[in-house]
Design a protein around this ligand. Structure first.
Ligand code: SAM
Length: 242
């Protein structure tokens, strides 16, 4: 079984910006999402982005003047973030997102975990751990934002093949293979080479997290939770530390 970190290092990280539609379009989409959420973050306030990737949300927040700490286990994606966010107040940290408290010197106003990152955690107990740590770390009135895919209701038969992106040089299709509490995600890449089309396949595991369960866990920790539809079919939870 490929680990999530291996999957990103060898398979997904080199394609990630392309998969997201290219840097300019992806950063515009990230900025639109930040705008839509109306986060209570003013210039000069601290934000932590967990699983920040190439900075789809971290960079727009930093452009608004937030002091962003971007944490990710992928050195390659953080390198891209640094290039795209050059000159902005973003600090990048290569680490596991559950260790984020080690890198926070000042209590943040917002902690983000966007784009289906939370489903990458290995166990549901780690989700509980993250919610508790986010609550402990935020300033009063701060927000913890999650956006993720609901895999709790399985797609069946041909629905499990999901075209992600294609152009003249590359096609990316995702295949979902459901297990009891997890889903195996196979990223199937066809790339045009001088020798013809080349196939590369790699897979990793994601958690099937029912949104209602997450809302309940957040509420029982003390958060007030707003649930809304996020982009690309994701569920978004905006949890405020009362
Ligand atoms: C689906 S991408 C989302 C990236 C970004 N948040 C976005 O919305 O574009 C998931 C990201 O989480 C990172 N990641 C996955 N598991 C992680 C972990 N345990 N600790 C830190 N980063 C992790 C991956 O390297 C990847 O950059």
């Amino acid at each position: 079984m490929t680990t999530t970190a291996q999957h990103y290092e060898h398979h997904l990280a080199p394609l990630y910006v392309w998969m997201a539609g290219g840097a300019t379009a992806a950063l515009q989409a990230g900025a639109a999402e930040i705008e839509a959420m109306k986060l209570p973050v003013a210039a000069g306030e601290v934000v932590v982005d967990l699983g920040a990737g190439f900075g789809m949300h971290a960079i727009p927040l930093a452009r608004q003047g937030a002091l962003v700490t971007a944490i990710d286990s992928s050195a390659a994606l953080l390198q891209t973030l640094q290039e795209l966010g050059s000159g902005l107040p973003v600090r990048v940290i290569i680490d596991d997102l559950l260790s984020f408290q080690d890198h926070v010197q000042q209590a943040p106003k917002a902690i983000l975990c966007m784009g289906d990152t939370i489903t990458h955690l290995a166990e549901p107990s780690m989700v509980d751990e993250l919610i508790t740590k986010a609550y402990e770390t935020l300033v009063p009135g701060g927000v913890f934002v999650l956006s993720f895919r609901d895999y709790s209701v399985p797609l069946t038969e041909d629905q499990r093949f999901i075209p992600v992106r294609n152009d003249d040089t590359r096609l990316l299709t995702c295949f979902l293979d459901y297990e009891t509490k997890t889903v195996l995600v196979h990223d199937i890449v066809h790339e045009r080479t001088p020798q013809g089309w080349q196939l590369k396949v790699s897979h990793y595991r994601k958690l099937r997290l029912p949104p209602d369960d997450l809302v309940d866990r957040m509420k029982s920790t003390g958060f007030l939770v707003r649930r809304e539809a996020g982009p690309r079919g994701m569920t978004r939870l905006i949890a405020t530390k009362a």
